[in-house]
Write a protein that binds this ligand. Structure first.
Ligand code: NAP
Length: 305
């Protein structure tokens, strides 16, 4: 009998994972925010995955955090700023030897979660897959990609990687997951805040090459100082490549701001600036970028942390 995959958060990534696992015949249960969300979910009859124009409805059972069944395996699929509270709500249900997969972008939330549940194994993930909601309980699989998974404390891969393969979830076990998370954070810091401040698509940053290059130099210095030299390698080159390859897209931070949604700034640029301060590293352009972004968010009435 397979272990149940509990998925906390029926948003874009949570739905993308839950539907593919369920479609492969694996036992999946969704954990929803509260009884009202659970009733709304039950009325919809399940989660819908839209892939290449085809919709499929998967009748995945739902519950709230207060359900009594033990949790052996949990996919944490909420935003970074919700992660710690979400895990605290299910902590009493974690079985001995429970495993958590943390899908949050950026850095900082993984440590906060691990500190909340020292009895569990926390596996961090970094994903290039893309999905968005086009309605309640409906998700469009927008960008094929890859998910790297790893546990910096224990290099042994978990036994369930085969289940991801059987579900068609492209993945790789990484013994350098921290380096991957730092690299992605640095790319995000060099691109996303500037797209908000210049109100442009990623490609619009080709008009601001000097600003991008200066940020990349400071971010590389930070990565070196934080013991992540591999994440600093050819950073500027990769940033320029990403800007070109995604020229027509709006960054996730730009989308959040223009839709009046909270950003994950504290786990991206905020985390980078805090790390610099901890190392007493002067990175004036990065610090100025954070201040400009905070001002912009405050002007729009959005949380700046
Ligand atoms: P999302 O669509 O906003 O989904 C988050 C979900 O978590 C929401 O459905 C929210 O519920 C739920 N949630 C929050 N707190 C909860 C709680 N205590 N109990 C139950 N449910 C709770 O976010 P997302 O786009 O999937 O992003 C998740 C993470 O993946 C982020 O860190 C993001 O940066 C990262 N990521 C996303 C993508 C992507 O393509 N979407 C790609 C790579 C990485 P409500 O609906 O009730 O608010």
């Amino acid at each position: 009998m397979s272990t149940t995959w509990h998925v906390l958060g029926a948003g874009s990534l949570g739905t993308l994972w839950a539907t593919r696992l369920a479609r492969a015949g694996l036992p999946v249960r969704l954990i929803l925010r509260d009884p009202a969300r659970l009733r709304a979910y039950q009325a919809a009859g399940g989660l819908t995955l839209v892939e290449q124009g085809q919709s499929s409805l998967l009748e995945i059972p739902g519950e709230t955090s207060t359900s009594s069944t033990p949790i052996q395996r949990l996919l944490l699929a909420c935003k970074a700023y919700d992660a710690e509270a979400a895990v605290a709500s299910i902590a009493p249900r974690l079985a001995p030897g429970a495993e958590l997969i943390l899908l949050q972008n950026g850095l900082g939330s993984q440590d906060a979660v691990a500190a909340r549940v020292p009895q569990a194994r926390c596996i961090a993930a970094s994903s290039t897959e893309g999905a968005f909601r086009d309605g309640d309980w409906r998700v469009v699989f927008a960008g094929h990609g890859y998910t790297w998974l790893g546990d910096s404390g224990h290099p042994t891969p978990p036994i369930w990687l085969d289940e991801l393969a059987a579900s068609g979830i492209p993945h790789e076990w990484s013994t350098q997951i921290l380096t991957r998370l730092w690299r992605k954070l640095a790319l995000n810091c060099a691109i996303n805040p500037l797209t908000v401040l210049h109100d442009c698509r990623n490609g619009g940053l080709q008009q601001h090459q000097c600003e991008v290059a200066t940020l990349c130099a400071e971010l590389s210095e930070l990565l070196q100082c934080c013991g992540q030299p591999a994440a600093a390698q050819n950073l500027q080159q990769e940033v320029e490549r990403v800007i070109l390859a995604t020229a027509a897209n709006y960054s996730s931070m730009h989308q959040d701001v223009s839709n009046g949604r909270r950003t994950e700034i504290s786990y991206l640029l905020g985390y980078a600036c805090e790390a610099a301060a901890r190392h007493r590293l002067q990175l004036p352009h990065l610090q100025q970028l954070q201040q400009r972004l905070v001002n912009q968010l405050q002007q729009r009435g959005l949380p700046s942390a």
